[in-house]
Design a protein around this ligand. Sequence first.
Ligand SMILES: [Zn+2]
Length: 126
Amino acid sequence: MSIRLKSQKREVTNKIRNEKGFTLIELMVTVLIIGILVAVAIPGYSFTREQARDRVCRANLRIMDGAAAQYQAELGAWPAAGNAGVVALVTAGFIKMEPNEPHQGETLYTMDANGKALSSNGHVTY
Ligand SMILES: [Zn+2]
């Protein structure tokens, strides 16, 4: 091996050894910035999710109210009160299936005696 080649090899080895990684301070600052970004993003994300659930809930109520009006127009009576009214809408074919309540993930909608759809505990109205 020539002297020149050996010296080039040593140069490359020294270069690799001299490359430094991140200092502890740099890593801590990076982690801090990422932490701040996450702290800002998570509440906004939760708020948006909750808003989306409310909107789906309202849309379900509107659809069931429309179906109840059709039910009343065709059959001459409002669907029964309680969850039976929602089931009656499905049975009579005015809605395809009982909608899931997005806040609880179950089919918890009910009807009042005048064909108005209600969310569980009345937590959403429109
Ligand atoms: Zn709801």
